[in-house]
Structure formats: structure tokens, C-alpha cells
Design a protein around this ligand. Structure first.
Ligand SMILES: C[S@@+](CC[C@H](N)C(=O)[O-])C[C@H]1O[C@@H](n2cnc3c(N)ncnc32)[C@H](O)[C@@H]1O
Length: 216
């Protein structure tokens, strides 16, 4: 399996509040090392795994709207991690845990097969240049990985404002034998919150595609 990374190496300034959030709150609202034990973390709630939460505003909205589900929110972007941790504490949310690191690495090494109820990837980096397509999250080996981590009947929900990437996602997911297309929609599904990247894309006139797949 290829280990080409799906994220940009962004530096980004980390504010004092974000740094404090990471130092103080990651031990409480992070994910313990080792194999994921979602039973002990979320007391048996169905688990959503969000890849690339960015600043985490949509994560907060989902956690508030879906108290009966546990959310593992993953991103490599340090300022966003600090911001999300501070908001989790401020709002007293108990159904979100933050993974500060490469979601793919974590899925490969720590997440048991068939253990997730849903994988969500909202506006994954489009990597538009042809020579960068190999870095996309929705490429065959990674779609296989995401599928294998979903329980049978579990879902993969992705949204993008990049039409060529949406077409590539359709192709890759159609070739993944265990996935069934549930919805291919030009409007957000299941009251999905509008994300920051989405709002930027909409201001530029981009068209958003939501794709929902279910593992057979
Ligand atoms: C285009 S941004 C979208 C952020 C957010 N979902 C939104 O819509 O506003 C993509 C995010 O995915 C993150 N990302 C990409 N690959 C990742 C990976 N393998 N593990 C964790 N985060 C990743 C990036 O750091 C970035 O914050």
C-alpha cells in the first residue's frame, strides 16, 4: 500500500490559546495510544471518523446535532487541533475525540476492521494537478482502506466542490466491490453542516457534490 501523504505540509502560526489547548486538553480529549478501543471511549456509541476537520466548526455542529454518536475528528493542522480542543472544552462536549496526526496512518495501524459506523471526509484536498492525483484521499488503495474499516452497513460520506475530483471519486468508489452508492447529490445530505472550505468554494461559484456510499 502506498504511503504517499494526502496532506500539504502547512506550517501555519499556532496562537498561544491554540498551543495551550493542545498541551492541556489533548490528554483528555485526544485518543489513547494503541489500538482504538471505541467501547471504552464512547461507551458503545456508533463511531464516526472524520478525516480532515480543518478548523473543526462543522465537527462541533455534528457533535451537537448527533449526541448519540461518537466522533473521532482527525487533522494534521496544529492550529485547527488547538481550536477544536478549546471549543470541545468550552461547550462541554463528551462525544468528540481529536486525533492530531495522519488519519490514514492511524486507520492502518490502530483502527480494527469493520469497527466504524461512518467515515466522513468533507472537502478533502483536491490535488488538482495530474501529477498530484496520487496524493488524493479518494484513490483506490485508500478507498479500500476506508471501506475495510467500516462495519457492514456502515457509510462513507464525502463532499467536494471540485467536479473533476467528484468524477474521480465516483469512478474509484464504483470499482470498490463492497460499496453501494446511496446518494449522489448536489445538495448537502443529512443536514450536513456547511464547512469553511465549502463556504469559500460557494463564494467562488463552485458546485458542491455530496456522495454517500454504504458498505455491503
Ligand atoms: C481542504 S481542507 C478541508 C477542511 C474542512 N473539512 C473544511 O471543509 O473546511 C482538508 C483538510 O484535510 C486535512 N488532511 C488531509 N489529509 C489528512 C490526513 N491524512 N490526516 C489528517 N488530516 C488530513 C488537511 O490538513 C486539511 O485541514
Amino acid at each position: 500500500m502506498s504511503d504517499i501523504r494526502t496532506f500539504h505540509a502547512r506550517k501555519g502560526r499556532v496562537s498561544a490559546a491554540e498551543r495551550d489547548g493542545i498541551d492541556r486538553l489533548l490528554p483528555t480529549f485526544g485518543i489513547p495510544e494503541g489500538e482504538l478501543d471505541s467501547q471504552s471511549i464512547f461507551s458503545g456509541l456508533p463511531v464516526i471518523f472524520e478525516i480532515g476537520f480543518g478548523l473543526g466548526d462543522a465537527t462541533i455542529e455534528m457533535a451537537q446535532a448527533e449526541p448519540g454518536r461518537g466522533i473521532i475528528a482527525a487533522d494534521v493542522h496544529t492550529p485547527g487541533v488547538g481550536r477544536l480542543l478549546n471549543r470541545i472544552e468550552g461547550l462541554g462536549l463528551r462525544n468528540v475525540r481529536v486525533l492530531h496526526g495522519d488519519a490514514i496512518e492511524y486507520l492502518r495501524t490502530a483502527v480494527p476492521d469493520s469497527s466504524l459506523n461512518e467515515v466522513r471526509a468533507y472537502f478533502p484536498d483536491p490535488w488538482p494537478k495530474a501529477r498530484h492525483h496520487k496524493r488524493r484521499l479518494f484513490r483506490p488503495d485508500l478507498v479500500r482502506l476506508l471501506t475495510s474499516k467500516c462495519e457492514p452497513g456502515g457509510f462513507i460520506h464525502v463532499a467536494t466542490d471540485w467536479q473533476e475530483y467528484a468524477d474521480a471519486m465516483r469512478q474509484v468508489c464504483a470499482a470498490e466491490g463492497e460499496l453501494v452508492l446511496i446518494a449522489d447529490s448536489p445538495v448537502p445530505l443529512r443536514s450536513r453542516p456547511t464547512t469553511k472550505f465549502e463556504a469559500t468554494g460557494l463564494r467562488k461559484g463552485h458546485v458542491v457534490t455530496d456522495l454517500l456510499y454504504q458498505r455491503q
